[in-house]
Design a binder for this molecule. Sequence first.
Ligand SMILES: Nc1nc2c(ncn2[C@@H]2O[C@H](COP(=O)(O)OP(=O)(O)OP(=O)(O)O)[C@@H](O)[C@H]2O)c(=O)[nH]1
Length: 676
Amino acid sequence: MAAAIPEIYPPKLVLAPKYLTRRSHPINIPSSCSYFSSTKPQFQLLRKKYSSVGEFRVLHRRRRHSLKVSCRATGAGVQPKGAPPSPAEIESAIRAGKDRLLKVPSSNIRNFCIIAHIDHGKSTLADKLLQMTGTVETREMKEQFLDNMDLERERGITIKLQAARMRYVHNNEPYCLNLIDTPGHVDFSYEVSRSLAACEGALLVVDASQGVEAQTLANVYLALENNLEIIPVLNKIDLPGAEPERVCREIEEVVGLDCSDAIYCSAKEGIGITEILSAIVQKVPPPPDTAERPLRALIFDSYYDAYRGVIVYFRLIDGCIKRGDRILFMASGKDYYADEVGFLSPNQLQVDRLNAGEVGYLSASIRSVADARVGDTITHYSRKAEESLPGYKEVTPMVFCGLFPVDADQFHELRDALEKLQLNDSALKRPQVPWDLDLDVVSLVFFIWKLFRKGWNVECSNPSLLPEAGNRRLIEEPYVKIEMLTPKDYIGALMELAQDRRGEFKEIKFITEIRASLLYELPLAEMVGDFFDQLKSRSKGYASMEYSFIGYRESDLIKLDIQINGEPVEPLSTIVHKDKAYAVGRALTQKLKELIPRQMFKVPIQACIGAKVIASEALSAIRKDVLAKCYGGDITRKKKLLRKQAEGKKRMKAIGKVDVPQEAFMAVLKLEKEVL
Ligand SMILES: Nc1nc2c(ncn2[C@@H]2O[C@H](COP(=O)(O)OP(=O)(O)OP(=O)(O)O)[C@@H](O)[C@H]2O)c(=O)[nH]1
């Protein structure tokens, strides 16, 4: 254990600013120090490891010039921070649980993740593992440690991946267990696939009272594709409705996994946790020892920190990474100096170096997450890996959304907010909106449609720009393949739902006597919105689904325009399937009639396809009783007053402009979802 101490307690040296102002200034360094940092953050040290005498270079980040600093033997100028610990200090560190910083050989490292359907108890189990291994003190435990984004807590689902290093002693040998938490929601399958690629094993957590769900299957297939060792765990056995034996049989039949030594557990009650930890040590293979190869690290998550730039979470597949290394992101082609490397336990802890097989984080003053995307490979700038790690995918936008503030004056604030969001989420593409225009337009939920005209193809994401039917040859829309797993009683209801949404039936399979899998292909436009809600409500919450993009297909789509007082309102234009145009048109006009305030003149509200009006409503005029002041009196006088009023209204109608209130756009958005 004593040999590992320098790794645990690297004596830190702080380089005083006065030594960074002149070139080639000699510095005296105590020989016990292994690395140092600078008190001036704008300087980055290129060589941090050195012997007591030698030279190293200091780089000024912004100016990109470097200083040469030579070192002599001991003396003043650099203060060591923290002397090596005494044996008594080490013992107390072990007692306090801080010995998890201890390095273990790669044969004692286990990298694993937990895969499960949403709400089957992944986060609860992860928290219990952290607690049982002493990684997190019980009193430090927040409600759930791994779901530590506010949004995640609020919604109760895991969105962003997190990782944690745990120390576990098995048969008197210390092991380092790295847990990578995966999001369980259908929308994050790429992130799940990258975190699976960072592991050698997976705990397959299945709710013993519910059984295998669509997403369990999808994630198990992903795990099998990545050659992971899968350990089945049946959770929630404390529930009265738990049937672990039945669910075991279901896993064997549906997934084809041997469940003879599946672990029964209750993450909530803490039952079966030790068995799970032992199974991880015994069954999950250790990472191969490839520390000598050129560096290759797989990024499985990243986030933007306002002070340190992008923080990258990665798994070291080959080689090693040290603080101060010049690193290259192979897909984005960007290079940086690693300011800080460390691991998560589950809070970030800095270390000097990480080796092949370990999971850690780094910060390198990276400005945008787009430079270090999930799935990208990190290598050394000077000793590049020949090939990047497989599986990297550019995330292509599938759903487009028009965002707008209720108050049109806040467009610039909205733009700033979107820019910030984009720094943090590389999947977000900012719209090409002419921000400088006085925009009080609103767009509905858009997708990309592909248009094929004679000889050339275009992509269109704005319905108001869709050419008339005569000017285009064909139009394609994105399609998805969808698999629904449902108890057999709800098969009819779900088939009806899919068919209503223009779904093409592909296959039905009975995976057990009582559960079936339905396969459909349908347009993405029909699936976003409330499809998932409908699936849940029609199956009383028992069905689950999984989908994947399968490509573009030709479709009979048309543009539906809305005209108010004869004027087209472009932001309300929408693209709908021909068969649904009438229903959408009718619903839109009716809703607008309720929302637009009455004017002094009659306002027609029409839904049109090209020049053809398919639905129409009229907003009646506010009438002033112009005859009120005529007590009795001459009929010709009354007629004259009425004629004058009618003329006035006619003139107003011709020149009058109807303001559509922002609430109307919002309500139409909601309605679109309901009708579609
Ligand atoms: N009775 C019982 N309830 C449990 C057990 N494990 C988890 N739960 C409950 O199940 C619900 C879902 O648990 P989570 O751990 O949030 O589920 P999850 O799989 O992480 O969900 P996502 O983060 O959304 O993917 C919570 O209300 C937990 O309290 C268990 O062993 N027994």
